[in-house]
Design a protein around this ligand. Structure first.
Ligand code: AMP
Ligand code: GLY
Length: 430
């Protein structure tokens, strides 16, 4: 049977999901708050709507006769869109509101790990009294990460000893109006992500990816939603061993076992520390940008994952091409603190050369495509090595031009990859 798949969300990650379904036995329908031109081109129909309004999504799903839905971003998950779709008889590949708390409530996430003995949990305390949190910082022997419990688009965490001093951290807590925060042991090491495809108590994992959160080259500047990312031709990244990868997968396994009816993507963000991988956070969806590394090399039909999940089966074994990927986002100048919208996007799929172009938060007008205040588009190189993939992404960025745009050119370059390897060797005392 040909499926009618509803895709929810309009970023680069969702453009990658749309591409992954382009050649499947499915008609794609899409809805998002912004009209993403890349998704609109692939989809049979595209509706602009508020994706955190479950009724609006369900109405559209019913109008188009959706047989399966895929939810890209976290905000519809938090709003209970998966629950409402299911109530309307449409299977959603994405966790229900309660299970999505693994991402949407960081205090819940840490308590969940503790109560279920999931390995890799840093020491933490949760606070709803901000004075008590500041006292805890004063008394704690070591550096702490300050994390608002709710969603902040990846931009709310402040790490003492890295981005801020203890005094600045306390000022941040006092000046923000968060109701609940988590203070946790600062983890030192290299970060990586593993995304697991989860359904019916079983899961399959994908190759590790490293994102770059900081806005500027050399890991300087404020945290962003992610400026770009790379993956290698194997499951591991150049600074990891197979054992590190397997240990992270065993943390995912313990988490999936403890979550009873989880379905969708479980994204594990890990810090490779001197004691092995520890959990920085879980997300209840594909990463953005990480989906743009993972889905282009997925050789298994993504539709088979969706239908297996819906039909009560384990996800099929996943095949990934043995290729490296490098993804670089072009963002508006000033992003994320003071972004300037309105630059004309000069690149299209034809001019991107060998790179894959994914549109994100852009605005399609009669005379062209323009940037908004968030990440605009990404270029992804896929090749036998990280070095070659990086060059493909850079060649395409040259065509795109840099007027009004900012790119972290260092992502995926041999120097930066070597720094990651040296860093891990250093913390391991090698
Ligand atoms: P999150 O919103 O939880 O992804 O956090 C954003 C970023 O803050 C992470 O990607 C890390 O770079 C950093 N971070 C979060 N928790 C910790 C921690 N316990 N130790 C060190 N860095 C952290
Ligand atoms: N790349 C980080 C995230 O999707 O949350």
């Amino acid at each position: 049977m040909r499926e009618n798949v509803l895709l929810i969300g309009g970023g680069g990650r969702e453009h990658a999901i749309a591409r992954a379904l382009e050649d499947s036995e499915a008609d794609l329908y899409a809805c998002a708050g912004n009209r993403n031109p890349g998704i609109a081109e692939i989809a049979t129909d595209f509706e602009t709507l508020e994706t955190t309004n479950p009724k609006a999504v369900v109405d559209y799903a019913e109008d188009v006769g959706a047989t399966i839905a895929v939810i890209g971003p976290e905000s519809p998950l938090e709003a209970g869109v998966a629950d409402e779709l299911e109530a309307a008889g449409v299977y959603a590949f994405g966790p229900k509101e309660e299970d999505a708390r693994i991402e949407t409530d960081k205090a819940f996430q840490r308590r969940f790990m503790e109560e279920n003995d999931v390995p890799g949990c840093p020491d933490f305390e949760t606070f709803d009294d901000m004075d008590a949190a500041c006292d805890f910082i004063d008394d704690y022997d070591g550096d702490l990460a300050i994390k608002p419990a709710g969603l902040t688009g990846g931009k709310g965490v402040k790490v003492i000893g890295d981005q801020v001093t203890a005094e600045e951290g306390k000022e941040y807590i006092r000046e923000s109006d968060y109701d609940r925060i988590v203070l946790e042991e600062r983890l030192v090491g290299e970060e990586f992500t593993i995304q697991a495809f989860v359904a019916n108590g079983a899961f399959e994992t994908s190759p590790a990816v490293q994102d770059h959160k900081r806005a500027y080259e050399g890991d300087e500047g404020p945290n962003t939603g992610g400026m770009g990312s790379y993956s290698d031709a194997t499951d591991e990244l150049p600074f990891m061993t197979e054992e590190d990868y397997d240990e992270a997968v065993s943390i995912i396994e313990a988490t999936v076992d403890a979550l009873e009816d989880y379905r969708g993507i479980l994204y594990g963000q890990f810090m490779l520390t001197s004691e092995g991988p520890k959990v920085v956070e879980f997300n209840a969806r594909f990463g953005d940008p990480e989906a743009m590394n993972t889905l282009p090399v997925l050789e298994t039909d993504f539709l088979d994952v969706l239908t297996a999940a819906r039909d009560g089966e384990a996800p099929p074994g996943l095949d990934f091409a043995s290729q490296a990927t490098v993804c670089k986002y072009a963002v508006p100048e000033g992003y994320p603190t003071d972004p300037e919208a309105g630059a004309k996007v000069q690149v299209d799929e034809d001019s991107a050369g060998d790179a894959l172009l994914f549109y994100a938060s852009v605005d399609e007008r009669d005379d062209g495509i323009y940037t908004t205040t968030s990440r605009a588009f990404a270029l992804v190189g896929v090749a036998d090595s990280i070095e070659e993939a990086e060059k493909i992404a850079e060649d395409a960025l040259e065509v795109a031009g840099d007027e009004g745009l900012h790119v972290r050119h260092d992502i995926g370059k041999p120097d930066l990859v070597q720094q990651r390897i040296d860093h891990v060797n250093e913390i391991r005392g090698e």
